[in-house]
Design a protein around this ligand. Structure first.
Ligand SMILES: Nc1nc2c(c(=O)[nH]1)N[C@H]1C(S)=C(S)[C@@H](COP(=O)(O)OP(=O)(O)OC[C@H]3O[C@@H](n4cnc5c(=O)[nH]c(N)nc54)[C@H](O)[C@@H]3O)O[C@H]1N2
Ligand SMILES: Nc1nc2c(c(=O)[nH]1)N[C@H]1C(S)=C(S)[C@@H](COP(=O)(O)OP(=O)(O)OC[C@H]3O[C@@H](n4cnc5c(=O)[nH]c(N)nc54)[C@H](O)[C@@H]3O)O[C@H]1N2
Ligand code: SF4
Ligand SMILES: [Mo]
Length: 737
């Protein structure tokens, strides 16, 4: 496109689709293969903010390693094939395998970039349905499943996810999140750090509970260390204080909330004194935190990856909601509120955005429960490796890299090697897709239009924005949704030709238009309405501001009796597990979150960390993001100096880190920012696997934390990986060859 009239091209405006912050960006085409990407000052939500990753959108787009054609793995390497051949072969193999071994023999795994891709979000459900398999997996179960389970149980819809009203709260209590680096998650707030600064400037308080005094701690009024995996005890103790001292105040929420008495009884046994030694927080601090929280003019508690992916992650998300509710900080300005997006998945057809379901079936080997039609990904490797009826023989991955992103990635690596057939819809030949027999690469984000279906639903302000196409795609190239639709058609056979044609005609854009028209701000059937249509959204190139979050309860609840449930049975029962764990920890029993077989002494508890110039596993092929001081590698194990001294380890020295499932070697980075007894390693690294075609990433391989994390350590009620608090031993690396 820029070949024709480069100088005449006006700046292009869109939303960055790398992380959840939805920053508005302005792109100018400077020269072939050179773009200027900066923050869009006129975006009403992000107001010019961007992080260093936005610039790298072009590295992804122009990356020579990014596949432009379908490829097939042959003994001598990868062979380019036509789309037609690729689709034929995929359908032939999947059908053959399903005919031979049953429908569940084909598994699917959907990764994170799907939720940043509206075409894929709208068209993946149809393709998945065409496979009729129960073995559906996704990154949800290594991420935010806890939030969905709590929302489903308490509010009746897995997508009724309360978000902090960050711009208006007086007290922001954060557990296990690092928005100064991650830019926020399960709450879309572009320029998060600026918003925290503004919060403090208006006299508000920010309190962070985290085993690491992370980058966000520097923006907080107070930081408290907590031993990994013990947040559930802290939350129970905070509630204990509130009920015990009769500080709860439900205000208008009392009219449509049940279970308060049950909660009062439930938390009685978890006094601050009881939990303090286990959580590593002093009882007085817990008491004063509870009092401060309820006394604040408005307050909101929020917990993210640090608490979602641990042994009691779901219980934590439940108790966080309870804490916000019983202090009157729910569905109210400055508390936890529900966004009302212009395209509203909560009221969309069930086939697109299911309300949720729990335990309708279980995984074959370990009997882990289904949630919303998916099984926990910790079970994927064993479902492939364990022979017997119902064994997984074929796998489809869509925008996922589970070898690096799910626990015990090495085992999954081995499992993938044994599959009869694997197909990946992915732009790269990476740690996961190198096992595929066929790879179907989609267009890049700059070649497709976009509308955020997921993140408007999690945004701290209601806005709407459409991103048009920047670069025309090559004639041959297909979008994710087109690949999915074609696969669906081939799996279903000809009988659905009509529907396919309709879909082609409709495409994601038409679906979006319908969603906007019939959404909360839409025109509906009224042609004279001033409401939203896609045309209007498109006309506002910087986005449309729809105002701050507004109270919407009980109307938006989706529970059968339209009550918010404070004490769902599933969670109340889970307290038995919590009680058992507290007793075991108090008696100095096995380490927190330890898989049954590990009993090592001198273990440290491993947690993760995110890095500003990285995004999960797939942006390390951008030279500008990975470059830096070679003497200061980024994939390191961060240790407290005293823990290192105990093991005779020095800064920069190579350490061997060992868990029940594996061993990796990484340089030591000393820091008193981490709690004693805890070590931290970032995830998404480990690019030295044979067969990767990631030229830049291979020069900065690092090692994968998920070669240490344990697929047996899970949150038992939902099967989410309990990454945080993996017991490891650390010692000087010994090379034996
Ligand atoms: N130990 C530990 N593990 C973790 C985490 C942690 O904190 N600690 N975090 C977890 C979390 S929160 C998440 S979300 C997961 C992420 O887990 P995954 O989603 O499995 O992994 P990603 O690294 O995001 O890989 C994305 C894949 O999508 C491809 N891709 C990128 N863009 C597109 C596109 O537009 N279309 C298609 N078809 N493919 C695309 C990339 O090439 C890559 O293969 O990791 C989890 N794993
Ligand atoms: N730059 C960058 N941004 C990203 C990503 C990225 O990879 N890089 N990934 C994106 C994705 S997919 C997601 S889901 C979000 C995640 O966003 P965040 O949840 O903000 O992610 P983290 O930065 O991993 O922060 C988790 C924090 O939890 C702490 N923690 C670990 N264990 C525990 C524990 O047991 N208890 C408590 N209280 N804290 C604990 C860690 O020390 C860390 O500070 O980030 C998104 N944004
Ligand atoms: S914070 Fe996220 S959305 Fe914003 S520019 Fe960075 S990667 Fe893109
Ligand atoms: Mo995530």
């Amino acid at each position: 496109m820029f070949r024709n009239a480069m100088s005449k091209i006006p700046p292009h405006y869109r939303t960055c689709t790398i992380c959840e912050a939805m920053c508005g960006i302005e792109i100018s085409v400077e020269a072939e293969q050179r773009l200027t990407i900066r923050g869009d000052k006129d975006d009403p939500f992000s107001q010019g903010y961007v992080c260093p990753k936005a610039v790298a959108l072009q590295d992804f787009h122009f990356d020579k390693d990014r596949l432009r054609h379908p490829v097939k793995r042959i003994p001598s390497g990868w062979q380019q094939i036509t789309w037609d051949q690729a689709f034929d072969e995929v359908a032939k193999h999947l059908k053959r395998i399903q005919a031979k071994y049953g429908r569940n023999s084909t598994a699917t795994y959907l990764g994170n970039p799907n939720v940043h891709n509206y075409g894929a979000m709208l068209f993946a459900p149809g393709f998945l349905r065409s496979l009729h398999t129960r073995n559906k997996f996704s990154a949800t179960s290594v991420d935010q499943l806890a939030h969905h389970l709590a929302a489903y149980q308490m509010f009746g819809h897995q997508l009724l996810l309360p978000v902090p009203d960050l711009d208006r709260t007086s007290l922001f209590l954060m557990l296990g999140a690092n928005p100064a680096v991650s830019n926020g998650s399960m709450m879309t707030a572009p320029g998060f750090s600026h918003r925290l600064q503004a919060l403090r400037q208006r006299g508000g308080k920010v309190i962070l509970i985290d085993p690491r005094r992370n980058e966000t701690a520097k923006l907080a009024n107070r930081h408290l260390f907590i031993r990994p995996g013990t947040d559930v005890f802290l939350l129970l103790a905070l509630l204990h204080v509130l009920f015990d001292e009769q500080l709860t105040r439900m205000d208008q929420l009392a009219g449509f909330t049940d279970g308060v008495e049950t909660m009062a009884k439930l938390v009685a046994e978890f006094s601050p004194e009881q939990v303090a030694p286990v959580a590593g927080i002093n009882a007085d601090d817990i008491r004063s935190l509870a009092r401060e929280f309820v006394a604040a003019e408005s307050a909101v508690c929020y917990g993210r990856i640090g608490v979602s992916t641990q042994e009691f992650g779901a219980a934590c998300q439940w108790l966080i909601n309870v804490l916000n509710i019983v202090t009157g900080n729910f569905d109210r300005q400055g508390g936890a509120m529900f966004p009302l997006p212009a395209f509203d998945p909560v009221t969309a057809p069930e086939a697109l955005a299911p309300r949720g379901s729990y335990g309708r079936w279980h995984s074959r080997v370990r009997k882990l429960p289904e949630f919303a039609g998916e099984l926990p990904v910790v079970a994927l490797a064993e479902e492939i490796l364990m022979p017997g009826e119902g064994q997984v023989k074929a796998l489809v991955t869509l925008a996922g890299n589970p070898v690096l992103s799910t626990p015990n990635g090495r085992e999954l690596d081995r499992a993938l090697e044994s599959l009869e057939f694997m197909v990946s819809i992915d732009p790269y030949i990476n740690e996961t897709t190198r096992h595929a027999h066929i790879i179907l690469p989609p267009t890049s984000p700059l070649e497709r239009e976009h509308y955020d279906l997921a993140f408007h639903l999690l945004a701290i302000r209601n806005t709407a924005k459409f991103s048009p196409v920047l670069f025309e795609r090559d004639k041959e190239a297909l979008h994710d949704w087109e690949i999915l639709l074609e696969l669906q058609t081939r799996m279903e056979g000809r009988s659905n030709l009509m529907r396919t044609l309709l879909h082609r005609f409709f495409g994601p854009e038409r679906m979006l238009d319908l969603g906007l028209r019939f959404g909360p701000y839409g025109t509906k059937f009224n042609p004279f309405s001033k409401g939203l249509t896609l045309k209007k959204v498109k006309a506002s190139v910087h986005g449309i501001d729809l105002g701050p979050l507004r109270p919407c309860l009980p109307g938006r609840l989706r529970t059968e009796n339209r009550l918010a449930h404070l004490a769902p049975d599933l969670f109340v029962k889970d307290i038995e597990r919590v009680r058992g764990s507290l007793a075991a920890s108090a008696f100095g029993g096995r380490p927190r979150n330890a898989a049954p077989t590990i009993q090592s002494n001198g273990h440290l508890l491993l947690i993760g960390r995110r890095q500003l110039r990285s995004n999960n596993s797939w942006m390390h092929n951008s030279q500008r993001l990975v470059k830096g001081n070679p003497a200061k590698p980024r994939c390191t194990i961060v240790m407290h100096p005293d823990d290192a001294a105990d093991r005779d380890l020095r800064e920069g020295q190579e350490a061997q880190i060992k868990s029940r499932v594996g061993t990796i070697i990484l340089p030591v980075e000393l820091s008193d920012e981490i709690m004693r007894g805890v070590v931290s390693i970032p995830h998404g690294w480990g690019h030295d696997r044979e067969g990767n075609k990631l030229t830049v990433a291979q020069q900065h391989p690092g090692a994968s934390i998920n070669d240490l994390t344990d697929e047996k350590s899970i949150d038992a009620i939902c099967g989410t990986a309990a990454f945080n608090g993996t017991p490891v031993t650390v010692e000087a690396a010994r090379y034996t060859d």
